[in-house]
Design a protein around this ligand. Structure first.
Ligand code: T5A
Length: 223
């Protein structure tokens, strides 16, 4: 494969940390700068992966164990990468994705205790050498994130319904990941207002990915 020309940004973090909200905000801001960008999510993002999303989030696969869930998330990711992400990057489009391979590493690998050899093998098969240029890890105290989810008034999915201890470990695991991969991952405090979090994220993206890239006139806005 030729070197991807678009930039690949992923968002990670615990439940209710504001990933979907900030994916949208960042994509809008990038478009204002004249950058061609698509927003996507995992599990999902392609028709095949969206079908697998329904199974995974319904909890239907939980009884089969974390190894099987890891394989299903990986299968969905493989389809998403082949159908949407890689083609977009190759034509120069930026991709902003709500969760990616770190979610499997953390939820199934760390929390589910799936053997790292299996996690790494699945990663090799599904994403190959593709890695995000930047991963924003939205960090939030567990009780605030879960309160935001509950305020939506929707039924909790398979992972949201786990107990508080599970979510505490999740937060610790994400913070540890950022400490281990500081060149790719940036921890952003997700407790302030949506506007304040969006500004902080924009500063990170501008510093890490846009510093030497001239703005393309799209709507007259500059970044
Ligand atoms: N999973 C996923 C795995 O186990 N392995 C994998 O490999 C993959 C890819 C996905 C689940 O699957 C698991 C992890 C997940 O549990 P999902 O429905 O996509 O499920 O769930 P999440 O990705 O966790 O997303 P959520 O919808 O739960 O939360 P978000 O996207 O973090 O938060 P968002 O933006 O929807 O915001 C939540 C609420 O808070 C408000 C929003 O308006 C919204 O109502 N909000 C704020 N309120 C106050 N201040 C702010 N700054 C706010 N930002 C947002």
């Amino acid at each position: 494969m030729s070197e991807p020309r678009g930039r690949f940004i992923t968002f990670e973090g615990g439940e209710g940390s504001g990933k979907s909200t900030q994916v949208k905000r960042l994509a809008e801001r990038l478009r204002l700068r004249g950058i061609d960008v698509i927003e996507t999510r995992e599990p999902g993002g392609s028709p095949g992966a969206e079908a697998m999303r329904k199974i995974l989030l319904s909890g239907a696969a939980k009884a089969l164990g974390p190894e099987t869930e890891a394989m299903l998330f990986a299968a969905a990711r493989g389809d998403h990468v082949d159908e949407l992400i890689r083609p977009a990057l190759e034509r120069g489009t930026w991709v902003v994705c709500d969760r990616f391979h770190d979610s499997t590493r953390i939820y199934q690998g760390v929390l589910g205790k799936v053997d790292p050899k299996l996690i790494n093998a699945l990663e090799r098969v599904t994403v190959g050498d593709l890695r995000p240029d930047l991963t924003i890890e939205l960090d939030i105290p567990v009780e605030i994130g879960l309160a935001r989810i509950e305020a939506r008034g929707e039924q909790l999915d398979r992972f949201e319904a786990e107990d508080l201890e599970y979510h505490d470990w999740l937060r610790i695991a994400y913070r540890t990941l950022v400490e281990h991969e500081p060149n790719r991952c940036v921890l952003v405090d997700a407790t302030p207002s949506q506007d304040a979090v969006a500004v902080r994220i924009w500063m990170v993206v501008a510093e890490r990915l846009l510093r030497n890239q001239p703005a393309v006139a799209a709507s007259g806005a500059t970044g």
